[in-house]
Design a protein around this ligand. Structure first.
Ligand code: FE2
Length: 235
């Protein structure tokens, strides 16, 4: 590996809001999350093209961008046809769809999603508190967002203490798969996602610094070595 060579980065993620009417609300959700709007503009058809960066510290260059566009009519037509054919939401809904929705409800990571890693747990906790309040009370966003939290898997005393003291993770009973980090999931039907186009899932993570074994590094070579050492020590 060349230590002098800068890493390639993710450039952008482009997603769709469902229809022209819902564009402003979908964009508002991104603002509430804390994304920073930069170069939004109306397209020739009159629909808004929203340009966000995921963090105000982003350089507003070519990476960390989140594009939000209006779903093209053809895609909406396809989703509508899929929903009709599979009887989504009806009494005789397709059994696979029902099973998929059950799995999705239990595990926000079951399907396609995109994750942002926060550098500050306190900032992430502020976002969670804001979104939980909006989900509960906001006239526009109530019923449109679902927030699910995974606190750090128990086992690191100082991390467990911080979790117990957290204003948002303190009472949480779900845990991450790996240790020394947290996951926040924000599902919304304001943005198309998943095979049926009916829910998009954001993941927001925080990884406690200084632990080589954490929620995001597995299965790197280093994490695999640590796990093997633990297992042999416990054997
Ligand atoms: Fe994930």
């Amino acid at each position: 590996m060349n230590a002098q060579r800068p890493s390639n980065t993710y450039g952008h993620l482009a997603v769709h809001y469902r229809n022209p009417e819902e564009g402003p609300l979908a964009a508002r959700l991104l603002r509430e999350i804390g994304f920073t709007e930069c170069y939004s503009m109306a397209q020739p058809d009159g629909n808004m093209f929203y340009h966000f960066v995921i963090d105000e510290q982003a350089n507003r260059g070519t990476d960390r961008i989140f594009y939000l566009l209006c779903m093209p009519d053809l895609l909406r037509k396809l989703y509508d046809e899929m929903h009709r054919a599979l009887k989504v939401g009806e009494a005789d809904e397709n059994a696979t769809v029902t099973e998929l929705r059950k799995m999705q409800a239990e595990d926000p990571e079951f399907n396609f999603h995109a994750a942002v890693v926060f550098n500050s747990l306190e900032e992430l906790e502020e976002v969670v508190q804001r979104l939980q309040k909006l989900a509960a009370e906001d006239p526009e966003l109530k019923g449109r967002i679902k927030v699910t939290l995974n606190r750090a898997r128990p086992g690191t005393p100082e991390v467990d203490k911080r979790m117990d003291e957290s204003p948002v993770f303190g009472g949480v009973t779900r845990h991450t798969y790996g240790p020394n980090g947290v996951q926040v999931f924000v599902e919304t039907d304001l943005i198309a996602g998943g095979p049926l186009g009916d829910n998009w899932v954001f993941e927001f993570d925080y990884v406690f610094p200084g632990y080589k074994d954490n929620i995001l590094n597995a299965p790197t070579d280093e994490a695999a070595t640590i796990l093997a050492e633990k297992e042999s020590a416990g054997a």
